[in-house]
Design a protein around this ligand. Structure first.
Ligand code: UN1
Length: 497
């Protein structure tokens, strides 16, 4: 039986209270066009209230020993596990991704809860010898204070957990603005935090638009860190706004990820990897494969195998377990994808398969786009350079590994990359030379695990990482502490003899 929400109108969660919204907008199921729920559009006063509550709560929270803070995350993990199926179905309803992938995404959240709870007993600092006698030196992580997190619609629960769990275990309080397209995961996660016993004010959820709610967060003087995942344009604006305020900012903004297929590759395996990472989630992942850089000697064989395999891609409502490719999030997303069809053809690439919107029986009300394959693309074409965020992949033939690596690196993003080869020398050369934050060997470009750093080089971000122990660097400051127990004034760099 389909799951249902306990409300028709979501409420902000501020200082442990559910606040009735003044202004709302509908949340639409992208597979059917039906309204699921209303989501608040919050203004400045809600942001101010949330920040004030967070500021107050954080002082107490930071004093709770980290292993005890972690206990709450274990409980959050247990509740996520208990509700995995319910959450997955709601996720498919609001985001459109197929159920199997929704379950995978909720699992990422569960994994993150237990992983970060473990950090409550580590949060390692360092001790180091001091220069002077009878003096002790150490560095330790301390919470930053109030942190603002702004999360996208394509991974509404996983990315929220990548950011909020490390922030919370490290002793911060959080103000969180989820994407208005997919607020249900945030509502459900806030309820889980409440049930798990997280003290009021440690997490505050403020729904609303980026231009209003998000912007107020970015400019609030008491928010000390902004962690953002989303589009490049928005991220760049946030970066410059934060820069002017000397506010710490962590950005993750997409990719133009490639699978490299060498002449010695297992082509059937490569096809599976390409299909999964290019058309899974309808290509709406930062890590999605949107370029295939193929050795010219196996290009035709790979094309034939891809075309054959694409016939099995069933498209429709992701709640139906037989469906492999769900809808596009909204009309704007669909229009953007469509516009690249003309761009690709005008640039001279050959459209081999797909390239059209699906309408009619089974697709009414939703936004569906056929999995699309271009071939004979050139590395500098717009379809091979710009993030399309849809089920569109372009084949680029190359002559050798050196050229493949050059083409892979010749884009403004640097999130994920992959190589299919059986040659160990090529594997090691590629993992060294591919200029991306994530490299896969004999696998597609998606599927990052939560205990490794997630992020990329160049236009993908600004050097920070989500998830992994590295996420703690975003949500902590390093404090150096010197304890002099000599009983006299010892001057560093001077009294050294
Ligand atoms: C994203 O698209 O922003 O590696 C996140 C993956 C997933 C996360 C994707 N674990 O594809």
């Amino acid at each position: 039986m389909a799951v249902s929400l306990d409300t028709t109108k979501l409420a902000n969660y501020i200082d442990g209270k559910w606040i009735e919204p003044v202004k709302t907008t509908p949340v639409i199921n992208p597979a059917t066009g039906e309204e699921i729920v209303q989501v608040p559009l919050s203004g400045e006063s809600s942001v101010n209230e949330a920040v004030a509550a967070a500021k107050k709560a954080q002082k107490e929270w930071a004093l709770v020993p980290a292993p005890q803070r972690a206990e709450i995350l274990y409980e959050v993990g247990n509740l996520l596990k208990e509700r995995k199926e319910r959450l997955s179905q709601l996720l498919t309803m609001e985001n459109g991704k197929v159920l199997e992938e929704a379950r995978g995404e909720v699992q990422e959240g569960i994994d993150m809860a237990f992983y970060m709870a473990g950090e409550g007993r580590r949060l390692f600092g360092q001790t180091t010898p001091a220069e002077l006698k009878n003096k002790f030196a150490m560095s330790q992580r301390v919470p930053v204070g109030v942190v603002g997190i702004i999360t996208p619609w394509n991974f509404p629960i996983a990315i929220a957990t990548w950011k909020s769990f490390p922030a919370i275990v490290a002793g911060n309080a959080v103000v969180w603005k989820p994407a208005t397209e997919t607020p249900i995961m945030a509502y459900e996660l806030a309820k889980i935090f409440e049930e798990a016993g997280l003290p009021k004010g440690v997490i505050n959820v403020v729904f609303g638009s980026g231009s209003e709610t998000g912007n107020k967060m970015v400019h609030h003087k008491d928010i000390r860190v902004i962690s953002f995942t989303g589009s490049n344009d928005v991220g760049r604006n946030i970066a410059s706004d934060c820069g002017k305020q000397l506010k710490k900012v962590s950005l993750e903004m997409g990719g133009k990820n490639a699978v490299i297929v060498m002449d010695d590759a297992d082509l059937d395996l490569a096809v599976e990897g390409i299909l999964w990472s290019a058309f899974g989630t309808s290509g709406q992942r930062c890590t999605a494969c949107s370029r295939v850089i193929v050795h010219e000697s196996v290009k035709e064989e790979l094309e034939d195998k891809l075309l054959e395999a694409m016939k099995d891609l069933t498209i429709g409502n992701g709640l139906d377990e037989s469906i492999k490719v769900g809808p596009i999030i909204n009309k704007a997303g669909l229009e953007k994808i469509k516009s690249y069809m003309d761009i690709g053809k005008e640039e001279g690439a050959t459209l081999l398969e797909g390239g059209y919107e699906l309408t009619g029986v089974g697709y009414q009300g939703g936004h569906f786009f056929a999995p699309t394959l271009f071939t004979d693309a050139k590395a500098d074409m717009r379809i091979a350079q710009e993030e399309i965020f849809g089920p569109v992949v372009s084949l680029i033939p190359v002559k050798n590994l050196e050229e493949a690596i050059e083409v892979n690196n010749g884009v403004s993003f640097g999130l994920s990359s992959s190589i299919f080869t059986r040659d160990v020398n090529r594997v090691f050369q590629a993992q060294r030379d591919l200029d991306t934050g994530i490299v896969y060997v004999n696998a597609g470009t998606t599927g990052a695990e939560i205990h490794l750093p997630f992020g990329g080089t160049k236009g993908t971000g600004n050097g920070h990482r989500d998830s992994g122990v590295q996420a703690l660097d975003v949500f902590t400051e390093w404090k150096a502490v010197y304890v002099d127990y000599s009983g006299k004034l010892q001057r560093a760099q001077i009294d050294v003899d």
